[in-house]
Design a protein around this ligand. Structure first.
Ligand code: BG6
Length: 515
């Protein structure tokens, strides 16, 4: 097994002042819905299993409109927590203890009656802990459509705030879609902002909770290798690509309102771009990091329609909840240009698509060619630095080496850090698990600040309005393909040079698809 003992733990506590102990009430609002079942409760269970949630302190409340008993809610989520190889005795025991921590309260999203009942339950739990020395912590996870955020936030504010006399906090977690464009998003931010301080609001972009997205800061700023190379003098182009090999399956109605740019590009890919492109923050203080991300967003110039390709897969409109004349893109390639000293002239190619040939997400940094190449190897391909976010997390550097043997010939090969190989036995946490823990710890580093959100909408709103008005049309593509051929042409025009014949083979996984 590989050794990875030189671990330097950075204490997050140096940047957060919130208390870490005391009675913790986690309230999942929208507890009977899909997000809660598939993401929120499983993440909470994983935290519990690893003892990040302490049974002596924590209680979990589910709240939704559906009338359910505690037992019925527990049954509903049970199947999402007890899966596959984890079904050991220890797992089952922890699972049943975890389920016992969950209580359900039903009520509407806009009446004080329901939220007062919820507050009563929370207070009872807090009183039962009966430790008057310790502070109280209330975390509200809104697993709900944003249309009800304002009324739910108002109810929390009116009925369910932590009683301040014992200290502690009240925090809320919300998740996209934060509006549909700049004005609707700003309206939502203002409504929530009138009720809660920015320090109480945790806007999840779950890509910021992914292991390799979190690694970007360390890679870039803790390694001398990258310092001189990470700029327009050496880098030709950067791609950030998201592909899924399934369509909108069952979510057609929701998806058609939003499309791939609002669903993936404006948030997940743009947040990743910020971490790739930002300057070194003054420190790891979450505000310092977010200040630098905002500067990147503010330096992005308006999108040129000539640098956009939109696609819609054949069959998308067969979904009965999708209008027959829908122009909603299920695929988009958009080139962003950053007008600053480091990146002027370097295209950032953001590409996302549903129903494509493969499922993967990666960041591909392509370097310029070596000047005065004495090996005549340039036709073989350029150096690339690739961060494979998923699946099979990896970081690899594609480079030219001598082909082993008596002749002097060159080969495209790689230096490969594949996580499954290098970190055997280490489980990579799920994004939601990590982000909920961050919220409990009061660390906002991996959450989107209001000004970041605004800047992100400023970039994409004009393009989105042109698509909504059908000034830009989608091109059809075959499900299971690479997307519209126009996209590959655009990427080539932007300067990306594809290495033909090179295949990256993850060490422990057998052959992969061509990189
Ligand atoms: C969500 C999108 O935010 O991210 C989905 O709404 C998408 O459409 C999902 O499938 C992808 O997340 P992941 O973590 O599987 O890449």
């Amino acid at each position: 097994m590989a050794s990875y003992s030189r671990i330097n733990s950075l204490s997050r506590d140096q940047f957060v002042t919130a208390p870490e102990t005391g009675c913790l009430s986690i309230v999942v609002i929208g507890a009977s819905g899909d997000l809660a079942k598939k993401k929120t409760f499983p993440a909470l269970f994983k935290l519990y299993r690893q003892e990040f949630l302490n049974s002596d302190e924590v209680h979990i409340f589910g709240y939704a409109r559906t009338k359910l008993s505690d037992h019925e809610l527990r049954n509903r989520i049970h199947g999402y927590l007890a899966q596959g190889k984890d079904a050991s005795d220890e797992h089952s025991e922890k699972l049943s203890k975890f389920l016992q921590l969950i209580k359900y309260v039903s009520g509407s999203y806009d009446s004080e009656e329901g939220f007062s009942a919820l507050d009563k339950e929370i207070s009872q739990h807090e009183t039962s802990k009966n430790n008057l020395e310790e502070s109280l912590r209330r975390l509200f996870y809104l697993a709900l459509p944003p249309s009800v955020y304002p009324s739910v936030c108002k109810m929390i504010k009116n009925c369910c705030m932590n009683k301040a006399d014992r200290g502690g906090w009240t925090r809320i977690i919300v998740e996209k879609p934060f509006g549909k464009d700049l004005s609707s998003s700003e309206e939502l931010s203002t409504q929530i902002g009138e009720l809660f301080d920015e320090q109480q609001i945790y806007r999840i972009d779950h890509y910021l909770g992914k292991e390799l997205v979190q690694n970007l800061l360390v890679l870039r700023f803790a390694n001398r290798f990258f310092l001189p190379l990470w700029n327009r003098d050496h880098i030709d182009n950067i791609q950030i690509v998201f592909r899924e090999d399934f369509g909108t399956e069952g979510r057609g109605g929701y998806f058609d309102e939003y499309g791939i740019i609002r669903d993936i590009v404006q948030n997940h890919l743009l947040q990743t771009l910020c971490l790739v492109a930002m300057e070194k923050p003054v420190s790891l203080n979450p505000e310092h990091i977010r200040d630098e991300k905002v500067k990147v967003l503010q330096s992005i110039v308006p999108i040129n329609d000539e640098e956009v390709v939109l696609g819609q897969y054949d069959g998308y409109r067969d979904d009965p909840t999708v209008p027959n004349d829908s122009n909603t893109p299920t695929f988009a390639t958009v080139i962003l240009r950053i007008h600053n000293e480091r990146w002027e002239g370097v295209p950032f190619i953001l590409k996302a698509g549903k129903a494509l040939n493969t499922r993967k997400a990666d960041i591909r940094v392509q370097f310029k060619e070596v000047p005065g190449d004495i090996f005549r190897s340039q036709k073989q391909g350029r150096n690339e630095f690739v961060v494979r976010l998923q699946p099979a997390e990896a970081i690899y550097m594609k480079l030219t080496v001598k082909h082993p043997g008596l002749e002097l010939s060159t080969d495209q090969s790689e230096m490969d850090l594949s996580y499954r190989d290098r970190y055997q036995g280490v489980t990579i946490p799920e994004a939601y698990e990590r982000l909920i823990l961050d919220t409990i710890r009061g660390d906002q580093q991996h959450f989107v600040r209001r000004d970041e959100l605004k800047a992100a909408w400023e970039i994409f709103t004009p393009l989105l309005h042109r698509i909504d008005n059908r000034e830009l049309k989608t091109t059809p593509y075959k499900p299971g393909s690479r997307g519209p051929a126009e996209s590959d042409k655009l990427v080539e025009r932007a300067g990306y040079v594809r290495t033909h014949g090179y295949i990256w083979i993850p060490p422990t996984l057998g052959r992969s698809s061509p990189a």
